[in-house]
Design a protein around this ligand. Structure first.
Ligand SMILES: Cc1cc2nc3c(=O)[nH]c(=O)nc-3n(C[C@H](O)[C@H](O)[C@H](O)COP(=O)(O)O)c2cc1C
Length: 311
């Protein structure tokens, strides 16, 4: 098959994308110019950094460190707060829509009620999808156990968000639970249109010469290629259980990784740490690698590969 015959377009909860690659939330912040550039560099969709009700400075440096297996970060949900975020998101949406690329807004909040209020507020920016971050591992002391930790709390947040918007919602889950598929199912039953999996895996780096943790927060979230097997397992378990589409992410940095995510059942594929490692052009690079793989193996479109490894 010729590369030009491969169709990489996909649809995620009613949102059309020219290819399945989505910038993961948080990795490049919320600046409209930067997120516009991600579109120019070949992404099919772009997620903004998670935004909460109030401005947050986040943790002191060091907040993110590259290591042999990827990245460990504890940024601490740095964000300008809802009021300042809305005009930035509107500008980002305009610039992305000019390129035909959807915008995914990401929200977090300390309580179920505030998730509802955040959703009501973020509607004003009219993103194509709202991703609901209930799984950040780096603010535990302040927020308690992430809402993604139990079926009940995941369902409660999903209901609160659902009740406040007609925009499609994706619930972002943590791998750090005994049964991620049950939590995904609870989110689906509570009205989610999609699942995003996975957020980072809680971890720690120690500087043996200094005799102390590398990150100021001591612990952080592990991302990048070392978590790919964990992410694939989570995506596969979720896709065997729910009927809504999944944005699969965790350790995707090559076209083959993206193919594996789709074979695990993902509809779209998030790319985060690889932007640090391979530069922002990674979207065009992965797209080309995926196209080459599919042409070589005779897959005409994503649908012909989707979920084949879990049947
Ligand atoms: C520096 C950094 C900041 C992140 N910030 C957020 C965030 O604000 N919201 C969120 O939902 N996920 C955040 N994440 C998690 C990523 O969106 C993604 O789920 C995770 O890194 C796994 O994908 P990867 O292996 O491709 O990086 C962050 C990840 C990194 C590395």
């Amino acid at each position: 098959m010729n590369k030009s015959e491969v169709d990489l377009t996909c649809e995620l909860a009613g949102v059309r994308m020219r290819n399945p690659l989505v910038l993961a939330s948080g990795v490049l912040g919320t600046s409209a110019a930067l997120l516009e550039r991600v579109g120019q560099c070949g992404a099919g969709g772009v997620s903004a950094k998670s935004c909460g009700p109030e401005a947050r400075a986040g943790h002191p440096n060091p907040i993110a460190v590259a290591w042999a297996g990827g990245v460990v970060n504890a940024v601490g949900l740095t964000n300008p707060g809802l009021e300042a975020e809305i005009p930035a998101l509107i500008e980002t949406r305009k610039r992305l829509h000019a390129q035909g690329i959807p915008l995914i807004a990401s929200i977090f909040a300390p309580t179920v009620e505030e998730f509802g209020r955040m959703t009501e507020g973020i509607n004003a920016a009219e993103p194509d999808l709202i991703e609901v971050n209930i799984s950040c591992p780096n603010v535990g002391d302040e927020f308690g156990t992430p809402f993604s930790g139990s079926v009940e709390s995941a369902a409660a947040v999903t209901q609160a968000v659902r009740a406040n918007t007609a925009i499609p919602i994706a619930i972002k889950l943590s791998p750090n639970v005994p049964n991620i598929a049950r939590i995904a199912l609870a989110a689906q039953d509570a009205g989610a249109n999609a699942i995003t999996a996975i957020n980072t895996v809680p971890g720690m780096l120690i500087d043996p010469y200094a005799g102390r943790p590398v990150l100021s927060n001591q612990v952080g979230g592990v991302s990048g290629w070392s978590i790919k097997p964990i992410a694939l397992r989570c995506v596969a378990e979720i896709c065997k259980t729910v009927t809504i589409p999944v944005i699969g992410l965790g350790g995707v940095s090559r076209g083959l990784d993206a193919a594996e995510m789709i074979m695990a059942g993902a509809t779209a594929v998030g790319v985060g740490s690889a932007v640090w490692q391979r530069g922002v052009d990674v979207f065009a690079v992965i797209t080309e690698e995926l196209r080459e793989f599919m042409a070589g193996e005779g897959y005409p479109d994503l649908e012909s590969m989707r979920g084949m490894a879990i049947r």
